[in-house]
Structures are given as C-alpha cells and as structure tokens.
Design a protein around this ligand. Structure first.
Ligand code: S3P
Length: 177
C-alpha cells in the first residue's frame, strides 16, 4: 500500500485538528478527523458513545473506523489521542502514511483543553493529573509510531504547520512548493 497520507498523532490538545486542517489546506489534501467519522458512524456525540457504551465500546468503533480509512488518497488524518493504544490501529496508521507526533507537555495540554467538555476521559476529579498520567502511558507509543516529532509547546498553529511542511519536504512528500 502506498504511504501518501500524513497522520498526526498526539494527546488531546496537541492541535491535531487545527494543525491538520491548515496543513491539509496548504498541501491541497483533504482533512480526515477520525473522531468525526466515528460520530457520523455512531450517529451520536463522543460523550454519548462513552456514556452508553463505555470506553471499550468507543475503542471498538474507533478501530472499525480506522480499518475503513482509504490510504490511497492524499489526506491528512487525525486520529483521537487514544487511538495508538490499540496496536492494530497503530499498525494500520503506519501503513497509511507519514506519522508525526505533535508533542506538548502535560501542563500545556491541560491549559489548552481545560474548558472543553467534549472529552469524557477528562470528566474526572483531577483532570490535570489524568492528562499527565495518560501522557506518560502513551508517549512511548506515539514515539514508536512516529516518523518524526514536532514539539508544539511554544509554537502557533502556523508555526507548527510550517515546520511540518519543511520536514515533509525533506521526506519527499509531494507538496505544491
Ligand atoms: C481520546 C481523545 C479524543 C477522543 C476521545 C478519546 C483519548 O480525541 O478520541 O475522547 O483517549 O485521548 P482528541 O485527541 O481529538 O481530543
């Protein structure tokens, strides 16, 4: 299978959607938000899926959705922050394209997402601690899957996109430039 897509991985708050949308526009690619596909497939919001089917039910839908991704088209794909915890997902996403880990510290991630009520995993007593725990557990998986890492800690979306385009150009992805 060709590796034409760009796959952005990282935690909730890493900027996968915002960066992905802008990168896709700049490259002339389509943008695919895996969570959005899951919502369309289930006909309900992410919080409702978690409420009715639990995290396990959500993960089943997530893997079904990732299996259906078409890697033959030029796309920027953003899976949810927990997608790589399922080894099959990580394997499929690697076959689709260049995998980039958008990295940020737990403190920065928490600042970016603390007012967002669309993330059921953070509806806990200590969401800040939960971000740190999830990041520690997931970081090795992000790094393993990634072709390269972009540290987004102090960068604007524009700056992250520009770095990504430079790095991808070195790796001979076709761009308009
Ligand atoms: C999750 C991240 C969310 C979404 C779901 C679970 C996670 O996606 O898939 O709430 O396990 O980290 P984002 O990373 O786009 O917020």
């Amino acid at each position: 299978m060709s590796r034409r897509c760009v796959v952005l991985v990282g935690m909730m708050g890493a900027g996968k959607t915002e960066v992905g949308e802008q990168l896709a526009a700049d490259l002339g690619y389509d943008f695919v938000d895996v969570d959005q596909l899951i919502v369309e497939k289930a006909g309900k919001s992410i919080p409702k899926i978690f409420k009715e089917s639990g995290q396990d039910g959500f993960r089943v839908l997530e893997t079904e959705t990732i299996r259906e991704l078409d890697g033959s088209l030029s796309r920027v794909i953003a899976p949810g922050g927990g997608a790589l915890e399922t080894p099959e997902n990580a394997q499929i996403l690697r076959t689709l394209g260049h995998v980039i880990y958008l990295k940020a510290s737990a403190r920065e991630l928490y600042q970016r997402i603390k007012n967002d009520r669309n993330r059921p995993l953070l509806e806990v007593e200590n969401p800040k601690g939960e971000v740190a725990t999830l990041l520690t557990g997931r970081e090795p998986g992000y790094r393993d899957a990634a072709d390269f890492v972009i540290d987004t800690e102090e960068l604007s979306v524009d700056e992250v996109v520009s770095k990504l385009i430079d790095e991808l150009a070195k790796r001979t992805i076709e761009t308009q430039y």
